[in-house]
Design a protein around this ligand. Structure first.
Ligand code: C2G
Length: 138
């Protein structure tokens, strides 16, 4: 069984996230998503998520590509996660390209960066919604 792992906030789940999860799962048989907790998002990424960890976890668990969702509490847990879950492939979108190559050096896992889906992001969704509500334009 080939195990794949990926990390993220996955707030306001959108098709860019789904595209990533679908391609990550296609690289193996079992996909583990390590989901940033609310505290981690706030303290480490200065992100205030729209949905709580529990809600974001519930959404991810409903996706056919996702087999397990566990919490991300620290930047420093990746190597131990990969070893703990006996991961073969570590996947991230290419906005992270090069940032996690150390995982390949310190574990048996291969690190893969996948192209991001263009033109969609949680930040963009929030911006568009704010503008529409402000101008009243549809
Ligand atoms: N993503 C994508 N295309 C988009 C938006 C996001 O492929 N249009 C990918 C990102 O590259 C990432 C994943 O979806 O691999 C989750 O994105 P975020 O929730 O924004 O995750 P991020 O804040 O980058 O957290 O320790 C790593 C961090 O937890 C990653």
């Amino acid at each position: 069984m080939k195990r794949v792992i990926t990390y993220g906030t996955f707030d306001m789940l959108h098709y860019g996230h789904i595209n990533l999860l679908k391609r990550a799962k296609a690289l193996g048989d079992y996909l583990i998503v390590v989901l940033s907790t609310d505290e981690f998002n706030w303290s480490e990424k200065q992100k205030k998520t729209y949905f709580s960890y529990e809600k974001r976890k519930q959404l991810l668990e409903a996706i056919r590509y996702v087999d397990l969702v566990v919490p991300e509490n620290s930047w420093k847990q990746k190597v131990s996660d990969v070893k703990l879950y006996q991961v073969d492939t570590f996947v991230m979108g290419d906005d992270w390209s090069g940032q996690f190559d150390f995982v390949q050096d310190e574990t048996a896992a291969e690190v893969v960066y996948l192209p991001r889906t263009p033109e969609i992001s949680t930040t963009q969704i929030k911006k568009d919604l704010n503008e529409k509500s402000f101008t009243g334009k549809q």
